[in-house]
Write a protein of this length. Sequence first.
Length: 65
Amino acid sequence: MIRIIIILISLLALTLVLYLLFSKKQKPWIEMNEKEKNRKKILIASGTTVFLAGLIATFLLGKKK
């Protein structure tokens, strides 16, 4: 059960990153000020980190059995 929850959280993080990168509702990078650019960088980095941590945790949970 925990493995499924971790996989769902990882997929949600990946969805967030893909939305931030490819959404047409986002402002173009050139039109953003420095505060918005830094916020977007942090969101993308944290979403990617959560996704990778979820993948690693899923593989480690699978090997214990």
